[in-house]
Design a protein around this ligand. Structure first.
Ligand code: ZN
Ligand code: FE
Length: 258
């Protein structure tokens, strides 16, 4: 879940926590968009000098809601070559987990940015998906992340290749299984043009066959989105054959029954 520091979310962490308590959730996690080495990289993340304030705002929510377990995390952009920066971030605070996400492909294009939709019309969809999954595979192999975020993000606006993507999915999931990296069921996809949880049932079934663990996320960018469509996510997980999911504390995984 996010905070206003990323410049495209609303509500303070304590408001997200209040909504979670009203839903009967017992554990939530904040994973706002991590800073980049250069603050002018883009305009949809916190700046470097806001990281401490971010951590403080999550800790304030913990103090306000002692009955709720609140995890401190980051959604970290994976770009090849940024491994040292990500290790630097990891050393700064007592994180519970890092979600590794790919939003950027080559050419500095963030494929989920609605302001850059025209780029999709100029590129071959399969080539974009192939590059995206190549970078996602590198993220899974890197050992830098507990969870890989919204694994089939390129479907967001409906640009799905005609060509079979099975081998892209397989290579990624084998990397995740090999490094013990989980994937998330992210319900934000239901709120986008694709109208589908990330990842698809097909990918999730392939993940289950390979023993890739799962987590659940609303990717809330507003308090009212906390826990949104979790019943559908649970149904999807069960339909794909999952009976367990995982939680993280201090970057250690614990498996719990669904
Ligand atoms: Zn966001
Ligand atoms: Fe994301």
């Amino acid at each position: 879940m996010h905070t206003p520091l990323c410049r495209h979310a609303t509500g303070q962490p304590r408001e997200y926590a209040a909504h979670a308590v009203s839903l009967g959730l017992t554990e939530i996690g904040f994973s706002d968009h991590s800073p980049m080495p250069q603050d002018d990289f883009d305009d949809w993340r916190m700046r470097r000098d806001q990281l401490d304030a971010y951590v403080e705002s999550v800790q304030a929510a913990r103090r306000d809601f002692p009955q709720l377990t609140i995890r401190l995390a980051l959604e970290v952009d994976y770009l090849p070559g940024q491994e040292d920066w990500i290790r630097d971030l990891a050393a700064r605070h007592p994180w519970d987990y890092f979600i590794g996400s790919v939003h950027y492909v080559s050419g500095g294009w963030d494929i989920d940015n609605p302001k850059k939709l025209s780029e999709w019309r100029q590129r071959d969809a399969y080539a974009v998906w192939a590059e995206y999954f190549d970078w996602l595979t590198q993220a899974a192999r890197s050992g830098l992340f507990e969870i890989i975020g919204h694994a089939d993000l390129p479907k967001k606006f409906g640009y799905v290749p005609d060509r079979d993507c099975t081998s892209l999915f397989r290579t990624f999931l084998e990397a995740a299984a090999g490094s013990g990296c989980a994937i998330e069921l992210n319900t934000a996809g239901l709120r986008k043009d694709c109208r589908e949880i990330y990842p698809s049932r097909r990918i999730l079934e392939m993940a289950r066959e390979r023993g890739v663990p799962i987590t659940f996320g609303s990717d809330a960018h507003a308090p009212a989105e906390v826990g949104m469509d979790f019943a559908a996510a649970l149904d999807l997980a069960r339909a794909a054959g999952y009976t367990k999911c995982c939680r993280f504390e201090q970057r250690q995984r614990r498996i719990v029954p669904l």
